[in-house]
Design a binder for this molecule. Structure first.
Ligand SMILES: *Cc1c(COP(=O)(O)O)cnc(C)c1O
Length: 391
């Protein structure tokens, strides 16, 4: 049978999505119009947050979140090594120093006891972080209650990198509700849960942060007359108060996002259904298990990630090669950020975060997205079984 390449993730675009985009294209505004505001209201409402600021990527959202929280040169952020590089780069954009906290080997999420120990140590040398960026790997929330407790004790801000996690929950509340954080960031890249093409959003319950982020999204400019410094400013006045960027999302992207957002619950339910099939079948394959967070009932299930017991350092590579040879687009999430050449130049070394390094050499993400056919998933499972047997 002609099957073609099965990628690990991909967008699902329906006829309704296409119509929504066409309508936006034919409307009077294709950027800075009403659809973006509607999208922001819809995301905020869906996640039970007060405010949402939509931007052109999660990377931009992380950047303006850090700036709005006052991160500057000489500041410090901490995040997880098992994430996409953007989780760390946002700090560097601000001139801050980046450091990492190692993960729990089973869930791939930031290890709370290591975090606590590192904070205690940092307090002693006066090097506490300004912002912690916990990453909800695969759509499973980090232990936000404990993180919030530590932030009260050690006085750092919290920006959730929930790029994988829209539609997920934490202890009954939607991820994005910001109950335990200052800001929560989503990505709408096509492999993520819902897409706007490229796009992201930053959610918060703090009006001041929301307004700051809106200003930084658009050149640091305000058109709010009540904020202007000049006496009796003319009708056309705008004032640049800070150095901002053009991180705006277009109406076209927002229209796609609005249409996709309507299906969020359906999309997550389908992801969980596919995950459950993997979990059930994989239980019977020796030497492999699902990543712990992926099996959580509250996860949005972004990755379909498994862990492979190693017999030698080549195990993961052999399975990867076999599956790729069969046109199955398995992926590694992630290569630890601190091992990237750029971060090595900043002084990080192999061995700095051993659990992350070990995790990265044991994990594999299986194809998982709405639209993955039953026979395709069956083919993935059987191919994995064969690949493990061949080891
Ligand atoms: C995808 C991703 C990002 C960046 O998202 P973009 O929208 O592509 O900028 C950041 N962090 C994590 C964990 C991601 O998976």
């Amino acid at each position: 049978m002609q099957r073609g390449f099965i990628s690990y993730g991909r967008q699902e675009v329906t006829d309704d999505d296409v119509q929504a985009v066409v309508a936006a294209l034919k409307s009077r505004f294709i950027t800075q119009g009403p659809v973006i505001e509607e999208f922001e209201q819809n995301i905020a409402q869906k996640c039970t947050a007060e405010y949402a600021v939509a931007v052109n990527s999660a990377t931009s959202a992380l950047h303006i979140a850090c700036i709005a929280l006052g991160l500057r040169k000489g500041g410090r952020i901490w995040t997880s090594p098992i994430s996409f590089v953007a989780s760390a780069n946002c700090g560097i954009y601000c001139g801050a120093e980046v450091d990492f906290v190692d993960i729990d080997s089973k869930s791939g999420l930031i290890d709370i006891s290591l975090l606590e120990a590192k904070l205690e140590n940092a307090r002693k040398c006066g090097k506490l972080p300004d912002i912690l960026i916990p990453v909800h790997l695969g759509g499973c929330s980090c232990d936000m209650k404990s993180i919030k407790e530590l932030s009260n004790r050690y006085g750092f801000h919290i920006v959730e990198d929930a790029s994988h996690a829209i539609g997920g929950y934490y202890e009954g509340s939607p991820i994005g509700s910001c109950i335990y954080s200052d800001i929560c960031v989503f990505s709408f890249h096509p492999v993520k849960i819902i897409t706007t093409g490229e796009g992201g959003a930053a959610l918060t319950n703090n009006i001041w942060l929301a307004e700051r982020m809106k200003m930084y999204r658009s050149h640091g400019i305000t058109r709010d007359r009540s904020l202007m410094t000049g006496d009796n400013p003319p009708e056309w006045a705008y004032e640049q108060h800070e150095l901002g960027f053009n991180y705006r999302m277009t109406e076209i992207n927002a229209a796609l996002g609005n249409s996709q957002l309507k299906r969020l619950d359906e999309i997550v339910a389908e992801r969980r259904r596919l995950r459950d099939i993997y979990a059930q079948r994989i239980e019977r394959i020796s030497r492999v298990s699902m990543v712990a967070g992926e099996t959580s009932k509250e996860s949005s299930v972004h990755l379909g990630a498994i862990l492979i017991d190693k017999s030698c350092s080549e195990t993961q590579r052999k399975v990867f090669r076999t599956l790729r040879g069969l046109d199955i687009g398995v992926q590694i999430h992630y290569i630890p950020i601190h091992t990237q050449p750029y971060f090595q130049r900043l002084g990080f070394r192999l061995g700095d975060f051993p659990v992350s390094e070990e995790y990265s050499l044991s994990t594999l993400s299986l194809p998982l997205y709405p639209g993955l056919k039953e026979e395709e998933q069956e083919y993935v499972i059987q191919s994995l079984e064969t690949a493990i047997k061949e080891l």
